[in-house]
Design a protein around this ligand. Structure first.
Ligand code: APR
Ligand code: PHB
Length: 394
C-alpha cells in the first residue's frame, strides 16, 4: 500500500492546480486521472479566464504561454433585435478577461507538474474513498486491471460532477436550507458547441439573443473559432448536420462574415446548476465541478475551480505549517460565497439570453426590454461587467 499526504482525484484544472500549489508549499500529493494524458489535453472545454485566474497562473509560474498566446479582451458584444451593443469591461470595472482554452491551462499545468517531478497517475481510476470520517483516508483505485489502495492524510475530490468523491458524502438532503444538501436546477435546453477552422469574425465575444434562441461567438486563436447554439434539451448531433449549424449560427449571430470551416470538434452539453453544501466532509474536500456546476453562459466554471483550490491549498498549507485547522474548517464557507454569486450570475445570464421553450410572447418582450436596459443604463451594464470579470474577494 502506497502513501502520500494529499490524494487528489481528477486531473482537470482543479486537481492539477491544487497539486501545483501544494508542491510550491512543499506538500506531496498524487493525482489520479482515469483518462489518458492525451485525452485530457485535447478535451475541448471552457475558455474564459478572469483576472484572478490569470493572476494565479502567472504568479505561480504557469502563466508564460497564457500571457503569450491568450487573447486579452476588454469587453463583449451583445446582439439582439438587429442591434449590437458593446459592454466595455475595462471602462466600467478597470478589468478585462483572457480567452485561453481550458485544455491549454491543463497542458501547461501537466508540463509543470512533470517537470517538478510531480505524480500524475493517468489511466488510473479511483474506485472508492474510505476512512474520511476516522482520520484515516484511503483511496482505492484500479490501474492496468489491478486494484490497489493509497493512504493519505487528506483527499481532494476534483473529479467533476460524475466522479466518485461525491458518492462518499452523506446522502444528499436536497434543498434543506440551513442543513445544507445538494441544490440543483436543470434547464430546458442545451448548448451545441463547435470548434471550427475559421477565423473569428469578431475581435470580441458576441452573445446573441435571437427569437430562435441563443448563440455565442467565441474563439481560441486568430484561426480557430469556438461557437455555440442553444438547442433543445433532447437534441442529438444527428439533428444538426454541418450546413444547418453554420446557417443557424450566421442567422442568430447576424454575422454574414462568419465563414463555414472544417469542424474540428462538436458536442452537445446540457445546461445545469448544482451546488453541494458544505463542500467538505471529514478529511474529504470537494473542489471545482465535483462541488458545483454552473451553466456556461457566465463563463465561470474554470474560474470557480481555480478559486476553490487556491483556498484549499492555503488551508492545507496552514495545517502543515502549524497544525491549525481554522482555515480547513472554514473551507466551505470561504468558497461558497463566491460560488453562490457565480451561480446567481450564471442563472441570470442564462435567463437573459435564452429562449424559454415554455415562454410566451410576453416573456420575449420582457427579455428584450431587460437587454435594452442593460445596454442603456450604466448601473445595469456595470452589474453585468463586474460579475463577468469576477470579484477578487467574493
Ligand atoms: N478517478 C480518476 N479520475 C476521475 C474519476 C475517477 N473516479 N472521475 C472523474 N475523473 C477525472 C475526469 O476524467 C476529469 O479529467 O476528473 C477530472 C475532472 O476534471 P474537470 O471535469 O475538468 O473538472 P474541474 O477540474 O473541476 O474543472 C472544472 O471543467 O467542466 C468544466 O466548465 C467546467 O470549466 C469547468 C471545469
Ligand atoms: C468559450 O470560449 O468556450 C466560452 C466563452 C464564453 C462562455 C462560454 C464558453 O460564456
Amino acid at each position: 500500500m502506497g502513501a502520500t499526504r494529499v490524494g487528489i482525484i481528477g486531473a482537470g484544472p482543479a486537481g492539477l492546480m491544487l497539486s501545483h500549489l501544494l508542491h510550491r508549499q512543499g506538500i506531496a500529493s498524487v493525482v489520479f486521472e482515469r483518462r489518458s494524458r492525451d485525452y485530457v489535453e485535447s478535451r475541448v472545454r471552457a475558455g474564459v479566464l478572469e483576472q484572478g485566474s490569470t493572476d494565479l497562473l502567472a504568479s505561480t509560474g504557469v502563466g508564460e504561454r497564457m500571457i503569450r498566446e491568450g487573447l486579452a479582451h476588454d469587453g463583449i458584444k451583445l446582439r439582439f433585435a438587429g442591434e449590437e451593443h458593446r459592454i466595455d469591461f475595462r471602462r466600467l470595472t478597470g478589468k478585462g478577461i483572457t480567452v485561453y482554452g481550458q485544455q491549454e491551462v491543463v497542458k501547461d499545468l501537466i508540463t509543470q507538474r512533470l517537470a517538478d517531478g510531480g505524480e500524475i497517475w493517468f489511466e488510473t481510476e479511483a474506485t472508492a474513498v474510505e476512512g474520511i470520517e476516522d482520520d484515516d483516508p484511503r483511496i482505492a483505485y484500479r490501474r492496468n486491471g489491478e486494484d490497489a489502495t493509497l493512504t493519505c492524510e487528506f483527499v481532494a475530490g476534483c473529479d467533476g460532477s460524475h466522479g466518485v468523491s461525491r458518492t462518499s458524502f452523506p446522502p444528499p438532503r436536497a434543498g434543506e436550507g440551513q442543513g445544507g444538501g445538494v441544490y440543483e436546477r436543470s434547464y430546458p435546453f442545451s448548448w451545441l458547441g463547435i470548434l471550427g477552422k475559421t477565423p473569428p469574425s469578431s475581435d470580441e465575444l458576441i452573445y446573441a439573443y435571437h427569437d430562435r434562441g441563443f448563440a455565442l461567438h467565441s474563439m481560441r486563436s486568430p484561426e480557430i473559432s469556438r461557437l455555440y447554439l442553444q438547442v433543445d434539451a433532447d437534441d442529438t448531433m444527428d439533428a444538426w448536420p454541418e450546413p444547418r449549424i453554420w446557417d443557424e449560427l450566421r442567422l442568430r449571430l447576424a454575422e454574414r462574415e462568419l465563414q463555414p470551416g472544417e469542424i474540428i470538434e462538436a458536442g452537445i452539453t446540457p445546461m445545469r446548476s448544482m451546488v453541494t453544501e458544505p463542500m467538505q466532509h471529514g478529511r474529504l474536500f470537494l473542489a471545482g465541478d465535483a462541488a458545483h456546476i454552473v451553466p456556461a453562459t457566465g463563463a465561470k466554471g474554470m474560474n470557480l475551480a481555480l478559486a476553490d483550490v487556491k483556498v484549499l491549498a492555503e488551508a492545507l498549507a496552514a495545517w502543515y505549517r502549524s497544525k491549525s485547522r481554522d482555515l480547513l474548517d472554514r473551507y466551505s464557507e470561504l468558497c461558497l460565497r463566491r460560488v453562490w454569486r457565480a451561480e446567481h450570475f450564471s442563472a441570470w445570464m442564462t435567463a437573459l439570453l435564452h429562449r424559454d421553450p415554455a415562454g410566451d410572447p410576453f416573456d420575449h418582450k420582457l427579455r428584450l426590454s431587460y437587454l435594452r436596459y442593460i445596454v442603456t443604463s450604466e448601473a445595469a451594464a456595470t452589474t453585468l461587467a463586474e460579475n463577468y470579470v469576477g470579484f477578487e474577494n467574493a
